[in-house]
Structure formats: C-alpha cells, structure tokens
Design a protein around this ligand. Structure first.
Ligand code: NAP
Length: 446
C-alpha cells in the first residue's frame, strides 16, 4: 500500500510518464516503502526530494544510422537516461535489445540510482541502449552500429560525467568497439569513461563475473542469516547470459547444484548439475542457443517453450529479464519448497510475485541489492583506471564479497530500524534512498 501522502505523487508519476508501465512499476515499488522515512525526516518532503528523484536529470534520444553487410541502410534509436548525479557521475549499463524503449530505460535508470547508492561508492545512476538486436549480426555489423551509436553519445560522456557499462546484448566485444570510437573521436585514452573493458586495455578482473557472483554472495548471506548455506541446495537460474552463467558458476563453487537454466526459447533441465564450462563454450564462444548445450550433454533435456519456475527447488535466481517471474510462478516455487530468491536481473519479479514471496516468508533479495555487485565492480574498475593500477582476481573478488556482505547488512539493519524485519525490499529502498536524498538536500535546489 502506498502511504496516503505519497499516493497523489505516484498518480503524478503515472500522468507524466504515459505508456511507460515498467517505470510506473519500479517507482511504485520504491514509493510504497518510503512512507515511514518521510514521517521521520520531514526535510525530504520540504525539499520535494521524492518528486525530484522521479524526474530524470536529462533524457537523450537519438538516431543511429548504419549500414548492414548487404549495403542496406538501417536506422535504430539510441537512448541515454542520465537519471541522478547526486552521488557521482551517471553510471549504468547500455542494453542492446529489440524491446528497448524510453520507458524501459527510465525504469532501469531509476533502479540504478538506488542500487548505486547501496554500494556505498561515489556513483550516480543512469541507463542507456538501443533497440538494435546484435543477435545474428556479424562482427562487422556490430562494429558499424557501435561506432555510429558512439558518434552521437560521446559528447555526453566522460569519466567525471557519465560512465556506461554493458548490460543485455552488450559485452566485451561491444564495449571494445564503443571505446575504440570514443578514443578516436576525442583523441584521449580516457580509460574510466566505460567499464566492462577487456583485461588487456583497462578492464578489471572479476567484472565479467561480478553480477552473477555478487547475486550468489547475497543469496548466501540471506541463507546465513537463517542459519543455512548454499551447500547441498538445489537451485534454478533463469537465463544463460552473462549474469546467469556466473551465478551458476559461483553457486556450484559454494556447493549448490544448479538443475536448470533457460533462454527465451526454453529451459535446459539438467538434474546432475549444469556443466558451466560447456555452457560457456556454447554461449560465449560459439554464440549458439542453449538447445545446443542439451544436445551435447546426456543428463540434460531441452524443454522448448517450458517455464523454468515449475521445477521444484530450494533457491531461485532469476537472471534473465524484467517481469519474467509472475505471481503464479511465485506460488509454484513456494509450493515446490523454494525458500530463498535473489534477483540477478533487474525487476525480474512482478509486483504480485514479490507480494507472494514476502507473504510466505521467503527470503527475497531485490535486484537493486542482490545484483549490485556488477556496478560495484565497475566502480572498482574506475578506481584502478584512475590510479593506473591493476588488482589480482583474488583481491578483487574479496572486495566484491565484502561489498555484498555490507549491502546485505545495511538492508537488514535498515529493515529492522523501520519496523520491517527480514524485508530486504523495504531495507534496500530506504537505505538506497537515504544516501541519495541527503546528498540532494546538501546540493540545494538544482
Ligand atoms: P545477456 O548476457 O544478454 O543475457 C540475457 C539472458 O536472458 C539470455 O540468455 C536471454 O536469452 C535470456 N532471456 C531474455 N529474455 C528471456 C525470457 N523471457 N525468458 C528466459 N530467458 C530470457 O544479459 P545479462 O547481462 O546477463 O543481463 C541479464 C539481466 O541482468 C538483465 O535484467 C540486466 O539488466 C541485469 N543486470 C545485468 C548486469 C550486468 O553486469 N550484465 C548487472 C546488473 C543487472 P536469449 O538469448 O534467448 O534472448
């Protein structure tokens, strides 16, 4: 329920952002939890911090024209939503996927503001991308698209201004082409302008693994708080992209068995435990579909068009996309014995799904806390770029694990303080809000 003082303001968010349901959903989920904060700290209402937080500082939309391999001209749309810079330069990934539109960018940028705040690092929030689909495109086509995209975007970026990273459809290959074009246009080797770079040219160790690993570290902390651990647990991990692959790897390193993963075409059920090296070979090296994985592994079956959440498990890690886990899915997971959910993706659980998990006492880690390890490690990459330093894998992974423990502790303590013990949604929203809100008050009316 939204506090009655906040309700009119939420209505205004809906009115001002017509046709952007994902943004409404993300804003509502945060606003629902902030009533007690406004009651305790009236200065936030006085300075209209909530209203200002829901309005991006800047929204860019631009044309991206490029030529495909047949010589045909293609036109896509590029976006960058620079949401909030109270805590540092805008920071957040670029997504290349046909579903990208301004509403999706706003929801992701809004979530990013709170997530980045929770990391405790000096980074503001933003998000960008394009409706370009890299799937099935040649390297040359992806390069030409990235060069055209950066030719417009570069004027808005800078290591102290706006620092994009990867997200769905944007990995090291795309970051390489984007970085190369930025360097060429500006005549500057500004390493800190993009994160997720290759290891030979300014990238940080563990950045590739960080979001998936961090999600698992967060799940492990939630389990520890209940006197348990991942060892011996059966897990589901949806998706088979960057976040999913490294969530599977870390969960299995910690003793869990990941019995299924998925893509948008279906589910791989592998009761012996997913062979993560084979999965990497199929997805990262060959850029093939997961049906190919099932063909090469005796213990696995590919279930085309099936729903991963119908498989009973102890722990569920949604790592694919927004709103992939509905209220009905949550009911099935609960009935199947699932007691722990950590979101590797951004807002993968619908509002009904979240309510079902919280109502059943499931330990539920929302994405803005559970998947913050990716952006936190991006901030570590920026630190290394600024000091021309290079850390070892072990040191960086230790830092990531420590950051995830701190985020878990902060969310749990804040939930306790505001009368919602065990509710990580409330804890994450309030803790994330307080740091940004205080900085905004300190900076005056801008
Ligand atoms: P990715 O590498 O592009 O992988 C996305 C995966 O999800 C693919 O396997 C894709 O399958 C699958 N997928 C998409 N829609 C699906 C659906 N409806 N059902 C089942 N599977 C589906 O992207 P990613 O970087 O892993 O990002 C995944 C999520 O994590 C996104 O929400 C992203 O915003 C979030 N996230 C990412 C990072 C990061 O560092 N990368 C950080 C924080 C949060 P297809 O190949 O069939 O499309």
């Amino acid at each position: 329920m939204i506090d009655e003082k906040i309700e009119p303001f939420y209505d205004e968010v809906v009115r001002r952002n017509p046709g952007h349901p994902e943004f409404h959903q993300a804003a509502r989920e945060v606003l629902e939890t902030l009533g007690p904060v406004l009651a305790k700290y009236p200065e936030f209402a006085e300075h209209k911090i909530l209203e200002r937080l829901c309005e991006p500082e800047r929204q860019l939309i631009f044309r991206v024209a490029w030529q495909d391999d047949r010589g045909e001209v293609q036109i896509n749309r590029g976006f960058r939503v620079e949401f909030n810079s109270a805590l540092g330069p805008y920071k957040g990934g670029l997504r290349f996927h046909p579903s990208v539109n301004l509403g999706i960018m706003k929801f992701l940028g809004f979530e990013q503001v709170f997530k980045n705040s929770l990391t405790g690092m000096p980074i503001g929030g933003g998000k960008g991308g394009s409706n370009f689909d890299p799937k099935g495109r040649s390297d040359q086509e992806v390069m030409r698209f990235c060069q055209s995209f950066m030719t417009e975007l570069h004027r808005h970026l800078g290591e102290h201004t706006d620092v994009p990273a990867g997200d769905t459809g944007v990995g090291t290959r795309e970051i390489g082409y984007l970085f190369g074009q930025y360097k060429r246009i500006t005549n500057r080797y500004e390493s800190g302008v993009l994160t997720g770079k290759g290891l030979e040219w300014g990238g940080a160790r563990v950045r590739t693994e960080a979001t998936g690993y961090g999600t698992v570290f967060f799940a492990e902390e939630m389990l520890k708080a209940r006197g348990e651990g991942l060892d011996g647990k059966h897990c589901l991990v949806s998706g088979s992209g960057n976040v999913a692959i490294y969530a599977i790897e870390k969960a299995q390193q910690l003793g869990a068995t990941v019995i299924a993963c998925s893509d948008s075409e279906g589910v791989v059920h592998d009761p012996d435990g997913v062979d993560v090296e084979l999965l990497k070979q199929v997805k990262d090296v060959e850029r093939a579909r997961i049906s190919e994985y099932a063909q090469r592994r005796n213990s696995a079956r590919f279930l085309r068009g099936s729903n991963i959440w119908e498989i009973p498990c102890d722990v569920a890690l949604p790592c694919a996309t927004q709103n992939e886990l509905t209220g009905a899915d949550a009911d099935k997971l609960i009935a199947g014995g699932c007691r722990t959910v950590a979101e590797g993706a951004n807002m993968p659980t619908t509002r009904e799904g979240v309510q079902a998990f919280l109502g059943a006492g499931v330990a539920f880690g929302p994405g803005k806390a559970a998947n913050a390890g990716g952006v936190a490690t991006s901030a570590l990459e920026m630190q290394q770029n600024a000091s021309r330093d290079r850390w070892t894998f072990e040191h960086t992974e230790d830092r990531l694990a420590e950051i995830m423990r701190d985020i878990h502790r902060l969310c749990a303590q804040t939930a306790d303080e505001f009368g919602a013990p065990g509710n990580y949604v409330t804890g994450a929203n309030i803790a994330g809000f307080l740091r940004v809100g205080r900085a905004m008050v300190a900076h005056g009316l801008i």
